[in-house]
Design a binder for this molecule. Structure first.
Ligand code: PGA
Length: 248
């Protein structure tokens, strides 16, 4: 299975910074053939600049959000067609910052997932438990709910165009990377839940880990069972550090 490593730049980078970072990344990665698919999730305002910086590298561009409608009276929102126009082919859905800070519900996440897929955008769907949920022993329940609800409106499931990122909320931006045992347990659980829900296709779905990934811990995490890629926040902001993660 082709691994995928993604950068989530969150609410960072001007157009100039994004173009420069993308350019530098391509240059740093040109030295040897890459073994991973690469996606950069840039802020809306920097999508075109990121595309410009990436040139013909073959790296993909993603948006961090969108509204599930064609167009119309949705002040402040962005439609999939606008993202595609700016160069994005991927979208991030269900990130814990949108679930917990922006209050996105499971129903809205399901609606976005189905809409993105039916409008030609690849989806990176994030799932993950909070520390309280983990302490209460609810990992399986939370994962099952988040997966089942997000995927319920999909007409069909294409593992080429949708991937799942496991991001324990307590590991995001905290420096507390999940232990290898925790990652293996959660990814095995995800694989089993997907197989219950979708059958044999589950074996072909890429499962990414995210949460305090760095150039130091990336190679060990990537080598774990059922880990088919990484979603990287803080450590993706500097081209040099992200390039060294990509060389893992
Ligand atoms: P982090 O963020 O790598 O800074 O922990 C990951 C994410 O939020 O996707």
């Amino acid at each position: 299975m082709q691994t995928l490593i993604a950068a989530n730049w969150k609410m960072n980078k001007s157009q100039q910074e994004a173009e420069q970072c993308a350019k530098e990344l391509v240059k740093l990665c040109a030295k040897k053939p890459l073994r991973h698919d690469v996606v950069l999730f840039a802020p809306f305002t920097a999508l075109s600049a990121t595309k410009k910086g990436l040139g013909k590298s073959g790296f993909h561009i993603g948006a961090q959000n969108f509204y599930p409608a064609e167009n119309g009276a949705f002040t402040g929102e962005i439609a999939p067609s606008m993202l595609k126009d700016a160069g994005a082919t991927w979208v991030l859905i269900g990130h814990s910052e949108r679930r917990h800070i922006l209050g996105e519900s499971s129903a809205f996440i399901a609606q976005k997932t189905a809409f993105a897929q039916s409008h030609g955008l690849h989806v990176m769907l994030c799932v993950g438990e909070t520390l309280d949920e983990r302490k209460a022993g609810s990992l399986e329940h939370v994962m099952q709910h988040q997966l089942n609800s997000a995927l319920q409106d999909l007409q069909e499931f294409n593992p080429q165009t949708i991937v799942i990122a496991y991001e324990p909320v307590w590991a995001i931006g905290t420096g507390n990377v999940a232990s290898q045992a925790d990652i293996v347990e959660a990814h095995a659980l995800l694989r089993a839940l997907l197989s219950e829900q979708l059958g044999s296709i589950a074996a072909h779905i890429r499962l990414l880990y995210g949460g305090s990934v760095t150039a130091q811990n990336a190679p060990d995490i990537l080598a774990l069972d059922n880990v088919n890629g990484l979603l990287v926040g803080g450590a993706s902001l500097q081209a040099k550090e992200f390039a060294s993660i990509l060389s893992a």
